[in-house]
Design a protein around this ligand. Sequence first.
Ligand SMILES: Cc1ncc(COP(=O)(O)O)c(C=O)c1O
Length: 465
Amino acid sequence: MKVTNFEDRIHVIDEDSNVTSVIKNIVEPNEQEDAFYVCDVGDMVAKYKTWKTQMPRVEPHYAVKCNDSPIVLSTLASLGLGFDCASKGEISKILKLGVEPSRIIFANPAKPASHIRYANTSDVKMMTFDSASELYKVKKMFPEAKMVLRIRYDAEVAQCRLGVKFGCDPVLEAPHLLQLAHTLGIQVIGISFHVGSGCGDPPVFYKAIGAARKLFDYAEMELGFNMTLLDIGGGYPGDKGTSIDKIAYYVNKGLDDFFEDDTVRVIAEPGRFFVASAYTLVCNVYATRTIGDNQDPNKHTMYFINDGVYGSFNCMLYEDRKVTPQLLKINSTTEYPSSIWGPTCDGMDVIARSIMLPEVNIGDWIVFEDMGAYTLSAASAFNGFPVPKVHLIVDQPTWYFLRDEVCLTNEHFALGNDNIRLGLDDDFSAKPWTYPELPVSMSISRFDISNGEQYQEHVLDYAKP
Ligand SMILES: Cc1ncc(COP(=O)(O)O)c(C=O)c1O
């Protein structure tokens, strides 16, 4: 397969460079203020190698919803991953990469009719379901589909609980749905579950695999289905410093104990794991506001940056997500009470409340790591603030690997860091922003109603905030 749809070229960086040096390279000429991402393609390749080592029996089908950027989809397609698509649009994107329909699972248990028809004409046969109504739709629109029953099996700790929306009860509902499928003559090939995104409860995988085994037995022995697929869903962490070791332990143990026979194909739908740490977001501080005076115990400084919860930080609105701001340049050793706000006019557009930060100046840059998952895919340009551009980088060994092993061509790469800043801030004048000369303090006239006299009151220190 030849991948040809990259929007931008991947910059092959030399061995002395890394994400931080690339960020500095971009901001140091002081010629731009737009927020931007740096995406390290090598990080995704490293994740793939980790997955293969940790869970060799499990075929990852990347969850497209997590980050559907061309670079992510193309790289993962080139590495041979399958894909979990939730809609006609996602399926079409993946098919356009040249991925065979058999490598796609349509893993949305509730699908609009036209999307089912599209799956049919595109030959994407594997689809999940968790209700009777879906079976009736499939019977009418895609009777040859290979259905996978999604059961509910929630982790006790998860950043985003998906069981509230999808997955039937494995004991009370699943047998009836299998019976209905049998009566309708619909082929059921397997069981799927999703324990919840950002799972903090690794043993849940073992228990869920055990529950799936029981349904395999019921479907095969009582109804005569040929059950060949186990789909263990998503939920694997992907931030820097996290690991899938524990989850892998429970998954492998579950497969050994309950699915010893390796004729059953085992797939997973990881999203976050593959992309979270590959993306680093860099935002510019373009305004500050100090609340309270020195006597006020709640005095703090608000910093306004040019990306917020309607853009990349949308994940903060719908999942239990905290981000860690890191200053690219440290201006002081002392830290002060601070908060960080996004650029829109909405009061909800806040990224960090009540944090301690060193002194921050207008024009400074704040770096947020681990911003690849559930950020760009749902970001909007609300209030006219653009979604940040992405700079793609790769280290030389990964470049050789991608180029030689997975059929990328030289056209996809640019050597060196020289033009890495291309495409940013077309209309930004190359003048650094500096504070103008300001009065150190200001007084205003007040009127005293008790004696009718005017007096001067000192109100503000206008020295550099
Ligand atoms: C059906 C399905 N599969 C996979 C995923 C990906 O989950 P994660 O990013 O936690 O791996 C999701 C996330 O919402 C999902 O809904």
